[in-house]
Write a protein that binds this ligand. Structure first.
Ligand SMILES: Cc1cc2nc3c(=O)[nH]c(=O)nc-3n(C[C@H](O)[C@H](O)[C@H](O)COP(=O)(O)OP(=O)(O)OC[C@H]3O[C@@H](n4cnc5c(N)ncnc54)[C@H](O)[C@@H]3O)c2cc1C
Length: 322
């Protein structure tokens, strides 16, 4: 089935959905394509069954801030809708999605036309339209917005918008190995969160202590960029064992045997954002880019980047009709 729309957005993470929400609220027809099986992007949550119980792990972003007044307003709405809550253990300004980190993205997506499991493979200009091939389907749109990690944007935009692709190519993202560990009993004498700027484990948290979670004791461990690079090509089971040992050594707790142990490798976890970056919209070709790599490497930065790109599109539309 082919699809034509007014605005097509590739990438349904926080940046893409922030842009989609703002644009759809003006009555524009917006379709979002995302290759993921479900909502989240890097605000992912993974559900697993451990000893007959459903347990959810936030293996990507751990919490987010809401400092910008517009974003605060959005987060207040999420809190009211029951999809976000404060998490004081991570700091006075920390929020999490509830019951999983992906809940906010899921909530945004529920009001939009998002096509999951659809990977944009190739895009090109076709007369005055943009044409996106996804394998089985072709989508066309007057306006095309790309909100995917820099390294993936560089590939996707190489032929269609080499100037944007060059910008994306210059960004380097740090990888992150994330370990998910479930235990039959609580890990005693351990704080709910652990951070280090120098050790092999940069962050660990008792996932089950976040608000709105249920189920057995669960932990998420993030390796530092250096440790992640060191282990980058090892099998995930081996990485999981190494990082669990790293955690116990770091917090000085006797090792416990997990009931569940898994790992996920984020190749492009957090980008190094250059000063002066911002979302870009080309008004001649009606193509734009957004994402955390064009603002700051955080959930809030992704939302702000998407919103700013939507504002640029709306400004152009207003100018062209006046
Ligand atoms: C391990 C880890 C820890 C983090 N910790 C924190 C934290 O504690 N606090 C914080 O604020 N931030 C944290 N972040 C960063 C935060 O998750 C990101 O900044 C934010 O989620 C980025 O949103 P985005 O929309 O720019 O990108 P993404 O969330 O990456 O969304 C991009 C979307 O594009 C889709 N996509 C990619 N290519 C294609 C294609 N060809 N076709 C269709 N779809 C495509 C992907 O499936 C994805 O859903 C962390 C990230 C990671 C990975």
């Amino acid at each position: 089935m082919d699809g034509h729309t007014d605005i097509l957005i590739i990438g349904g993470g926080m940046a893409g959905l922030s842009a989609a929400t703002a644009l759809a609220s003006t009555g524009a027809r917006v379709i979002v394509l995302d290759k993921g099986r479900g909502p989240g992007g890097r605000m992912a949550a993974r559900r697993v069954e451990i000893a007959g119980e459903q347990v959810s792990f936030d293996h990507g972003a751990q919490f987010f801030t809401a400092r910008d007044p517009d974003f605060r307003e959005i987060v207040a709405g999420w809190e009211q809708a029951g999809v976000a809550a404060r998490w004081p253990a991570a700091g006075d300004e920390a929020w999490v999605g509830t019951p999983g980190m992906n809940a906010c993205v899921k909530h945004m997506a529920s009001a939009l036309d998002v096509r999951w499991n659809v990977r944009a493979a190739h895009l090109r200009r076709d007369g005055t339209l943009w044409r996106v091939e996804t394998g089985e389907q072709v989508f066309t749109a007057a306006t095309m917005l790309v909100a995917v990690p820099a390294e993936q944007a560089a590939v996707l935009l190489a032929d269609a918008a080499p100037d944007f692709a060059a910008r994306a190519t210059s960004v380097i993202s740090a990888p992150c190995w994330a370990v998910m560990a479930g235990f039959a009993e609580a890990i005693a004498d351990a704080p709910d969160t652990f951070r280090s700027d120098t050790g092999p484990v940069s962050w660990a948290a008792r996932n089950s202590a976040k608000p709105g979670r249920s189920g057995a004791e669960s932990w998420v461990i993030h390796a530092s960029p250096a440790r992640s690079r060191e282990l980058i090509d090892l099998p995930k089971d081996e990485v999981a064992r190494i990082l669990l040992a790293d955690l116990f050594a770091a917090i000085g707790t006797a090792p416990a045997v997990p009931q569940h142990l898994d790992a996920h490798r984020w190749l492009y976890a957090q980008p190094e954002v250059r000063k002066g970056e911002g979302p870009v919209y080309d008004t001649d070709r009606n193509i734009g880019i957004a994402g955390d790599w064009l603002h700051s490497p955080r959930v809030e930065g992704a939302w702000l980047s998407g919103r700013a790109l939507a504002d640029a599109v709306l400004q152009e539309r207003l100018a062209s009709t006046s």
